[in-house]
Design a protein around this ligand. Structure first.
Ligand code: DAH
Length: 333
């Protein structure tokens, strides 16, 4: 079949019309690429028409060639415009999809609170730091020496008894009080000393409303030249007034191996006398153990149970409430 010039021209015109319509209707970039291949590709429709140009006369060839070029340029330009249009629309859709709606309701994140034991520790430490004390810490796994011997516990002292102390398989123990840090700190530092030592302690106690096998203490130690029992009393008084307000306090004579004299301190709270700490003047034997000269230095120490303080402060009736993670309890603080 031969192709007449007029026939070829009509076919080119038909191709142009069809292609322009389909390109304008293309709704994806993939579809557009398909169309480019169909019309302008090496094996596309325009190339197929061009191939039949060989049959044209030399006069007709340039004219039809020019028309072909125009069709090609028109289609290329249409493809390009449509591509830009589709890309813009795609970007627009993406931007809209990624829009942040700042008026949407947020995700509810409940506020955390400080555990009453931690806030009690913080309060006590704040007061002593305000009085010039440094916070110190020490190990919970301890040797008999630091927990007992260096603190002047005689070898047969009942506190060493298996009933109170949790021993580890290697013969060491879980410290029964934070007083171990007195020894560890003084071994490492020369006087003067002023430390406040928070920490966990362990006892072989049966758990009930007022006992826990694990609880918290804060230990206080001051060593200097010329410290007296009056300094101890004054410090404790200032501390308790900061803690409880202007409540009556009293000192009762007591006994601890590492202090002499020793006392227990009570505060009158809601009409009752409540014991809140032990204290005393550092026993010379303790100074001897750490190499301090007890002819030059004196000191006082105190130890308080944090759970006890928190229970008194907040009128909590059962020590186990601190450890149960019951939100109804914790949310009150
Ligand atoms: N370590 C004692 C206990 O756990 C408390 C204590 C009493 C600490 C008197 C002291 C102190 O530093 O001087 O029961």
């Amino acid at each position: 079949m031969t192709n007449q010039p007029s026939n070829l021209e009509a076919q080119l015109e038909a191709l142009r019309q069809e292609a322009q319509q389909v390109i304008a209707a293309a709704d994806t970039l993939e579809r557009l690429e398909e169309l480019r291949v169909v019309y302008l590709g090496k094996k596309g429709q325009l190339s197929a028409l061009l191939r039949s140009m060989g049959q044209l006369s030399t006069e007709e060839r340039p004219r039809i060639g020019a028309i072909t070029n125009t069709v090609k340029e028109v289609l290329q330009s249409d493809l390009e415009k449509q591509r830009t249009r589709l890309q813009t629309a795609q970007l627009q859709a993406q931007l809209e999809a990624e829009t942040l709606d700042v008026t949407m309701a947020g995700v509810y994140r409940p506020l955390g609170r400080i555990h009453p034991l931690n806030s009690t520790i913080d309060r006590v430490l704040d007061i002593f730091v305000g009085l010039g004390y440094t916070v110190a810490e020490g190990p919970e796994m301890e040797t008999d020496y630091y927990n007992f011997e260096a603190l002047n516990f005689l070898p047969d002292h009942p506190a060493r008894d298996m009933q109170d102390t949790l021993y580890l398989p290697d013969g060491n123990l879980l410290r029964t009080h934070t007083s171990n840090v007195q020894i560890r700190y003084m071994e490492e530092s020369d006087p003067p000393v002023r430390i406040a030592v928070p920490g966990r302690v362990y006892r072989r106690d049966t758990v009930d409303a007022t006992h826990s096998a694990v609880f918290h203490q804060i230990e206080i130690l001051a060593v200097d030249e010329g410290l007296t029992f009056t300094d101890l009393k004054g410090t404790i008084k200032v501390f308790l007034q900061e803690m409880f307000g202007d409540v009556p306090i009293r000192f009762r004579a007591s006994y601890f191996p590492f202090t002499e004299p020793s006392a227990e301190v009570d505060v009158q709270w809601k009409g009752r006398w409540l014991e809140v700490m032990g204290c005393g003047m550092v026993d010379p034997n303790v100074f001897k153990a750490v190499g301090y000269d007890s002819e030059v230095y004196t000191g006082f120490a105190a130890g308080m149970g944090i759970e006890r303080l928190a229970m008194v402060l907040h009128q909590i009736d059962d020590i186990r409430r601190f450890y149960n993670s019951d939100l109804r309890f914790l949310q009150q603080f």
